[in-house]
Write a protein that binds this ligand. Sequence first.
Ligand SMILES: [Zn+2]
Ligand SMILES: [Zn+2]
Length: 439
Amino acid sequence: MGRWPVIACPHCARLHERLPVRAGAMASCSQCGHTLYRQSRLSLYSWIALVLTALVIFCVANYFPIVSLSAQGLTIQATLVGALTLTWQQGHAFLAIMTGLFSFVFPLGQILFLLWALMALVTRRIPWDFHYGLRVLRVITSWSMVPVFQLGLLVAIVKLADMAVISTGPGLWAFAALTVVMTALGRVSATRIWRHAEDAGLVPVSGALLRDGDTPVDCLECGYVQPVIPRALRQSCARCSAPLHLRKPNDEGRAWAFVIAAGLLYIPANVLPVMYVRLPTGVTSHTILGGVVELWRLGSWDLSIIVFIASVVVPMTKLFVLAALLVRRPHWRGVSIQRQRTRLYEMVEFVGQWSMLDVFVVILLSSMGNFPGISQITAGAGAVSFGVVVVLTMFAAMSYDPRRGWDRLPLHGGSMMSGSGTLSALGGNPTREVHKENA
Ligand SMILES: [Zn+2]
Ligand SMILES: [Zn+2]
C-alpha cells in the first residue's frame, strides 16, 4: 500500500492514510466526521510524568480523609475505602463491588497499565504480553469513572450540609486534582499507544500487508488493517492475535437485548427507594426523583439540575437514541442522515458513565451520614437496579456496530481537509475493493 499507515474509521469503516498532522491538530474522517486521531503537544516523557503524578495523587486521595463530619460531639472521617467497606457490611455487596471497580480498581489499573505501556515505548522494548496489557487497558479505560465520582462527592457533601458540620480533608482536593489528570490521561487510549509503537517501528505498520484487490479488515483491539484471508473459517489479528470480524458478530441482537433489559429495570430503579435515612424521628425512603426535589429544596438548584440530567434525562435519552439507532428504515439512508446517526452514537458513548452519579452519591452518603444513635443512611434496592441499568446501557452502546448503517450506502468517495489535519481517503468500505482515490 502507500507510504503511510492505514487507519479504518471505527464508525463508518472508511480507510484513510494516517498522514502526520501538526501538534495540537486533529484529523477527522472524510466520510462521517469522526475524530480519527490527534497529535499531542506532549512528548512520551511528559505523558509518563503525568501518569506518575496521577499515581501519587491517587494514593493521597485514597489515604487521607475526603471530609470530616461532626454532629452532636461525634466525628466521622470519610474515605472511599471506608465507604466501600461500610456498604459491604450493610449487605450491599454488589453496589460495593461495582463502585469499588469503577472508582478505585479501574482508575488505578488504568494508571498502572498506562505507565507500563509508555515505559515499553520509551525503552523500545515491547514485552511479549504487550497486546494483552493493551487489551486490558482498553476495557478498563471505558469503565474508569473518577470525574463522575468527584461530582458524586460534591452532591453528597451538599446533601449532608444541614445534618453535620463538614470540614474538607486533603482527600477531597486530591480527588479534584485526580479528576483533571485522569481526564487528560483518558486521551491516551490503547489504540493511540499502538500508533506510537507503529511510528517508533516497534510493531508491524497497519495496512502494510494490503495489496490491490484485497478485502481489508481492521482489528477492533489494535486498529491493525490487514487483508481478509480468503476461505478462512476464523481469522485472528496478525499483530495482536485478537479475533477478527468484518462487523461485530450478532451486534443488533445483543444491543436490543441490553436495551430491553435496561428499559425494564429502569422501572424499579425509579419506583424503589435508592436509600433509606434513619433519624431518631423515624425512617424515610428516597427515590431518585425525590432526591432531585430534596436538593432543590436545600437551595442547591444547580446540583439538583445536574442530578436530574445525569439520573433521569441521560438514561432515558440513551435508551431512546439506542433504540432509534437500532431501528432500520429504508428512507434513512442518505449520507447526511448517517452522519447525524454517527453524531448521536458518539453522544451516547460520551454520556455513558455519567448516569452512575446517583449510585456514587448513595454510597458516599451511607458512609458519611452514619452517626451511631443519631442517623443512619443505607442504600436501597433502587440503587442496585439503577447501577445495573447504567451498566446495561453501556454494554448496549458497546455492542452496537455503527458501521452497519454506512454499509447500506452506495460507495461515497473523495477526500477532504478536515479539522486542521489533512487526510487522504482511500475508497470506501472494507467489503469492497480498496483503491486509492486522492492520495
Ligand atoms: Zn468515518
Ligand atoms: Zn489487533
